[in-house]
Unconditional design. Structure first.
Length: 317
């Protein structure tokens, strides 16, 4: 983990901002977590109070989501959304987008701002299905939101007034791939995702869009990452034997991480906020360290669609 030392809500301190932004981007891409002290990114006390009063029992889904593009809040079981809660959630999303745009200049022109989420439920001993469990190490892949090779960057804030949010992480994908047993797991996911059967299903899903049925248009890479998410969670040996690092993010702390690269699990904590971004491949500083590059290298073939293509290239690399 590295710490942000020269940027805050007020902007960059007296440094070469361009060079420092590239440095932080590269460190993140290579699998570092960037820790942001509570003094550098603040959630106002009134918003904090509005967010903390939400009752977790009213949850309909795993988390509560907020879509910055539409303003829609999802995941609440109640018939109406508390106005103060909704506006505090929207302000957090806008504030974190502004903060990250100033910090990560190389990305912000071409990134896709994704959903924000709020996690009001205590994670310790939370009862969820195997693939939904947060306490098992995994890399992120979203079933309904394929990236086609763009990377998943997430900005988290621990809103709890007293308790830390406790994470476990493992080595990033490129380091794991250097070990034979984990490379085999990734290769297996890549092979299944590029199989004729998997491509046929993907083509059917694409065809459904032409008759008005909206299904996610997943590239081979997206299918491989969904498999890797499940493969990591379902592999007891991986969970037991892989390298592990424990992190405690204190009250008010924030942190940034590429969650498609760094296997992570949440062991304990309540009241985390988060804003996601999809980082375009063209804006990466170290594209060779992306999970796409690693899995394509292992599989020996291209696994994404190029701009303007309706189906992905199937040729060898
Ligand atoms: Fe995750």
């Amino acid at each position: 983990m590295i710490e942000l030392t020269d940027y805050s809500e007020a902007g960059w301190s007296n440094v070469d901002a361009r060079a420092r932004a590239r440095f932080y981007c590269e460190q993140l891409e290579r699998g570092e977590i960037l820790f942001v002290d509570a003094s550098r990114f603040r959630v106002p006390q009134s918003d904090r109070a509005a967010l903390l009063k939400i009752a977790p029992l009213s949850l309909r889904q795993k988390n509560i989501s907020y879509a910055p593009s539409t303003g829609v809040i999802g995941g609440l079981g109640g018939s109406s959304t508390d106005e103060d809660f909704a506006s505090a959630f929207a302000r957090y999303s806008a504030h974190s987008i502004r903060f990250c745009a100033g910090l990560l200049g190389p990305y912000s022109d071409s990134w896709r701002v994704e959903l924000a989420s709020f996690r009001p439920v205590e994670e310790h001993d939370r009862q969820l299905s195997m693939t939904e469990r947060n306490d098992l190490l995994h890399v992120d892949a979203f079933p309904g939101r394929p990236t086609n090779g763009a990377r998943i960057l997430r900005f988290f804030t621990n809103l709890h007034p007293h308790d830390a949010r406790v994470w476990l992480t493992s080595d990033p994908i490129p380091s794991l791939a250097a070990r034979q047993e984990y490379a085999a797991m990734m290769l297996d996911c890549g092979r299944i995702a590029t199989s004729a059967a998997s491509r046929a299903i993907a083509n059917l899903m694409r065809a459904a869009a032409h008759v008005g049925i909206a299904l996610p248009d997943r590239s081979s890479y997206d299918r491989a990452m969904l498999r890797l998410h499940d493969a990591m969670k379902g592999d007891a040996e991986f969970q037991a034997d892989c390298p592990k690092y424990r992190h405690e993010f204190g009250p008010g702390a924030s942190w940034l991480v590429f969650t498609d690269t760094v296997p992570h699990a949440v062991l304990a904590g309540r009241f985390a906020l988060e804003q996601s971004f999809f980082i375009a491949r063209d804006s990466l500083i170290a594209p060779e360290s992306s999970p796409l590059a690693v899995i394509e290298r292992l599989a020996g073939r291209a696994m994404t669609k190029q701009a303007g293509e309706s189906v992905e290239r199937q040729g060898a690399l």
